[in-house]
Design a protein around this ligand. Structure first.
Ligand code: DON
Length: 307
């Protein structure tokens, strides 16, 4: 990597993007998300040696949505280890995040833990092993983020419950195949709360640093996952973090990452840095339109991706 002045790079990116039309549309299928001001743009990068760099609306919390599926996967891997992979696969789906098509053909085993079906199975696993799943999951996220103030947004979770026909279709189909072991409403409730966690770009970038450092929480020194598990989570992010746009993200950005329909994207370079961007307008695949562009410009200007 060149000797980078991140502040200058961020400035250049924001200037370069200014005249571009944002062709994205903020998610409105969850009514609460439709209320967000769509033209926010923030970025925060934490470098393992060089510290913190940020620009724009990086301190404002937003709904991290599917980004939190990385946290639920991490917790399930801690609990079940390798056994987890009999319930969910690690292959890219090449389909939309809420697609039903493969599930029927593949006997109720979701392709990966980041499509909705896979994240719902992960929630089912958490329901089976945690005493108080909702509280324990939030506490785990607070722990890896080193931030006790993180919260679910109940309004977002409730709003999602009201528009959940597709997620219900997914869970009932999987239950028919024997891949859901708990009460469907309780599993979905946990899933909706998982999606409703709020963070800002700074909090998000910091909460992914354990995947930059081979599984170790850099603040406490505690091992969150072992290096092999960290490698696997990063690999699944690389291949499945952007649904049917995972190839495009690897092609343009060249980092493992995860997106959410709230307009957030986290990406990381193992051994170096984690970066979070937020811009609510989404492209047709449900990933942040400007977020993708910011990260493409970032790795291009830095001349530094994992490839
Ligand atoms: O299940 C849903 O529809 C959402 N709460 C999760 C969506 C999400 O963020 C998928 N990602 N891009």
């Amino acid at each position: 990597m060149k000797d980078i002045n991140f502040k200058t790079v961020f400035n250049d990116i924001f200037i370069e993007l200014q005249p571009l039309e944002n062709k994205g549309v903020a998610a409105s299928y969850i009514p609460e998300l439709a209320k967000i001001e769509p033209d926010k743009l923030g970025i925060h990068l934490v470098h393992i040696d060089k510290g913190n760099f940020y620009q724009g609306d990086s301190q404002e919390r937003f709904s991290i949505q599917s980004i939190s599926k990385v946290f639920s996967l991490t917790l399930a891997m801690r609990i079940l280890g390798g056994e987890l992979w009999s319930r969910v696969g690690v292959e890219p789906s090449g389909t939309a995040f809420n697609s039903l098509i493969q599930l029927e053909v593949e006997n109720g085993i979701p392709r990966n833990p980041f499509i909705n079906a896979g994240a719902i199975v992960i929630c089912d696993v958490l329901m089976s092993y945690l005493d108080d799943p909702k509280a324990d999951l939030l506490n785990f996220v607070r722990k890896i983020a080193n931030n006790q103030s993180l919260q679910y947004n109940e309004k977002v979770a409730e709003s999602e419950k009201l528009t959940s026909d597709r997620n219900k279709a997914l869970i009932y189909l999987m239950r028919d195949f024997g891949n859901i072991h708990n009460d469907v409403d309780e599993v979905l409730d946990l899933y909706f709360y998982l999606c409703s966690i709020e963070m800002n770009c700074c909090e998000l970038a910091h909460s992914f640093m354990f995947l930059v450092s081979g599984g170790v929480d850099l603040t406490t020194g505690e091992m969150i996952v072992n290096p092999s598990q960290a490698k696997r989570i990063n690999a699944v992010m690389q291949l499945c973090g952007f649904y049917d746009e995972a190839g495009e993200f690897a092609f343009k950005v060249g980092l493992p990452g995860k997106s959410g329909v709230g307009g957030g994207i986290v990406a990381l370079h193992p051994g170096k840095y984690a970066v979070a961007v937020w811009s609510p307008r989404l492209n047709k695949k449900g990933n942040s339109y400007m977020g993708m562009k910011v990260l493409e410009l970032l790795t291009t200007k830095m001349e530094d991706s994992i490839f």
